[in-house]
Design a binder for this molecule. Structure first.
Ligand SMILES: [Zn+2]
Length: 643
């Protein structure tokens, strides 16, 4: 236990210093272990200030800044929320700040520190645009404490790295900890101007708050000119799950590091009656994506052009096992990360996996001497690349890699079975498929030109393609591969603009009016629909029929569970999908860490989808097992007769 305590304290100190050696999930596991063996240990009590750091040079928090209760399990989150309205928002990976205003003027800014004592950072905050020195008159003259998260966006991060390099400063070891690192500096404080501030709380220590719900609080913050993170008021469990999925979709394309979501009960009176434990408020809960990490060495860096023309770096690494799966590829995010961290073969890096299938680069552990290189040509079309200071872009509209990515994205979104990447490549090489709609023009003689494809398989693939001629609007639109838009985001837009022509008429301003859509996303939708106009026309011309999306059920035995169906089963695919959807479940086309089970005729199968599922530790269910879940009463009867 002594060892455990000293480990926890050591990691707390490293974390505060901006140099963590382990991931948050590993740290949480240490705390949980201590809680198990010594639930009343003093370092677990309160926020542990007296054990942590001397209070010399620190400033007190009038109202303690407690940390948040966390969970990695959706079930725990839903259990906590019951069916009470909550407000969900991004969990941003930054540094928590408190701004104190008196008479409308900012008089002090401090970090969370240990929750009771923070670091005064007023001098740095003066450089941050979002931390206003003055509140508008409507905020009143009493004391107001504004709390929020200070973070560094991807784009600012790359500019910051360039500037630090020019100044001869050593770059931070970890992009996640740059904010804490710079706040802790005595010099070069102007670097804080690269940071942004999202507010999420307003406290009135001496007066009454001018709002009674969490939702109104966000509106009030916005009215005072503060930036607020994406947030939404959620009425029930189904909406919470939809929100989590939407945040996950956003997180892969956003400029902001998000490692989960935070939920708070909407009614402030309910918040007050629930109160706090010694560590955290009972009315707020953070949901984090599991972030298991490992260390390995880069073998080489490969660059590939995506469907959006972004040339992204992937590191091939010495294989390591992470969350039960063997990992040999790690995404390095973008060109700015490779440049900023001088990444190259031989470097030792830490990687983290939080829900995504491909793990991400987290930090450099040990670096090799030598230069790092960014490609100057598109790896696919050899056209020139444009570096926008964050990403490398191939702007050649006829670039094959982009077309390939677009078509593959369609196949995965609408779920054309057996038409794998390996079969798509020769179809493109043979000139049989150039645009998405060409898939629907394929004939038997075309398919027979594919290597290792006999008549039976060819007929099966053609039938699978035919089955995707009737699609929901949301599936169709997500199949178009417009940046930042997954199926859940499209379903939201469709609630307001239910048909294609409605959508094509909507302007970015119209779309911003939809709850939860940022200006950037709205512009992406408008320009994306415009760019894909020819694809849309061509798809309708080959006979794609669109069906309105049915509203999601908000209850049922499979609520919150998601499934992937593969291969042929005894019932038609559409019937099985409908049965799952009717009881609150979801059907995806790709097995990810969040899939509940893969539905497959033979759970012992060694097909690639089955192997993917096994590698991710996902259950494989036969059709009978699924049916037993769908009809629990029948199942009980059966067991009854067996006995
Ligand atoms: Zn290209």
């Amino acid at each position: 236990m002594k060892k455990l305590v000293s480990e926890i304290l050591r990691h707390r100190r490293l974390y505060t210093a901006g140099k963590p050696e382990i991931s948050d999930a590993e740290y949480d596991a240490l705390e949980r272990e201590l809680e198990r063996v010594a639930p009343n240990h003093p370092i677990l009590q309160k926020v542990g200030s007296d054990l942590l750091s001397p209070q010399v040079g620190k400033v007190a928090h009038q109202i303690p800044m407690l940390s948040l209760g966390k969970t990695y399990e959706v079930e725990d989150l839903l259990e906590w929320a019951q069916d009470r309205p909550v407000v969900g928002t991004w969990k941003i990976d930054g540094v928590c700040l408190s701004l104190i205003y008196r008479g409308g003027a900012l008089i002090q800014a401090k970090t969370r520190g240990d929750g009771l004592w923070g670091e005064e950072v007023s001098d740095k905050v003066a450089w941050i645009l979002d931390c206003h020195p003055q509140l508008p008159a409507k905020a009143g003259a009493g004391e107001i404490e504004i709390r929020g998260e200070l973070y560094c966006s991807e784009e600012s991060f790359s500019h910051l790295l360039t500037e630090m390099e020019q100044m001869g400063l050593e770059p931070p070891s970890n992009p996640r900890n740059i904010v804490a690192g710079i706040l802790g500096r005595k010099q070069h404080i102007s670097l804080a101007r690269f940071f942004s501030f999202f507010t999420f709380d307003a406290l009135f220590p001496t007066g009454k708050a001018p709002f009674t719900t969490e939702t109104q609080k966000y509106t009030w913050l916005q009215d005072c000119g503060f930036s607020t993170p994406f947030h939404e008021t959620l009425q029930n469990k189904a909406e919470i799950e939809g929100f989590l999925q939407q945040v996950r979709e956003q997180s892969s394309e956003l400029d902001v590091g998000i490692d989960g979501a935070v939920f708070a009960f909407d009614e402030l009176s309910l918040q007050a009656s629930l109160g706090n434990t010694s560590h955290h408020p009972r009315y707020k809960l953070a949901f984090k994506w599991q972030g298991e990490s490992a260390i390995s060495t880069i073998r080489e860096i490969l660059w590939a052009t995506s469907r959006l023309g972004i040339v992204t770096p992937v590191a091939r690494i010495e294989p390591v096992v992470l969350s039960g799966a063997k990992i040999s590829n790690v995404t390095l995010h973008n060109a700015a990360h490779v440049k900023g961290f001088h990444l190259k073969a031989g470097d030792q890096i830490e990687l983290v996996r939080s829900g995504e299938v491909i793990p991400k680069f987290l930090r450099v552990v040990a670096t090799q001497p030598g230069e790092c290189h960014l490609p100057s040509q598109c790896p696919s079309c050899h056209g020139p690349l444009f570096f926008d200071e964050v990403r490398l872009l191939c702007e050649n509209g006829t670039c094959l890699a982009q077309q390939f990515g677009l078509i593959l994205n369609w196949i995965q979104c609408v779920g054309i079975d057996d038409l794998s990447e390996k079969r798509l490549q020769p179809l493109i090489d043979l000139g049989l498929v150039r645009i998405i709609a060409d898939l629907y023009r394929l004939r038997m003689e075309d398919m027979l030109q594919l290597p290792l494809t006999k008549e039976k398989m060819a007929a099966k693939i053609l039938a699978n393609i035919e089955k995707t001629k009737t699609l929901s609007y949301a599936k169709f639109l997500s199949g178009l591969g417009i940046g930042g838009m997954g199926i859940v985001s499209w379903e939201k837009v469709l609630e307001h603009y239910p048909t294609l022509s409605d959508l094509q008429r909507a302007s970015a301003t119209d779309l911003v009016a939809i709850k939860g859509f940022a200006e950037k996303t709205a512009h992406q939708i408008v320009s994306g629909l415009h760019q894909r106009h020819q694809d849309i026309e061509a798809l309708l011309a080959v006979g794609i029929r669109l069906e309105a999306t049915k509203p999601r059920p908000t209850m049922g035995v499979l609520l919150g569970k998601s499934f992937v169906i593969t291969g042929s089963l005894t019932r038609p695919r559409q019937e099985i999908e409908a049965a799952i959807l009717a009881v609150g479940g979801k059907v995806g086309s790709k097995v990810t860490a969040k899939t509940t089970a893969l539905i497959i005729a033979d759970p012992q199968s060694t097909s690639s989808k089955a192997e993917d599922a096994r590698n991710l530790g996902i259950a494989l269910w036969s059709e009978t097992e699924l049916w037993d879940m769908l009809h629990p009463e029948e199942n009980q009867n059966e067991q009854g007769t067996k006995m």
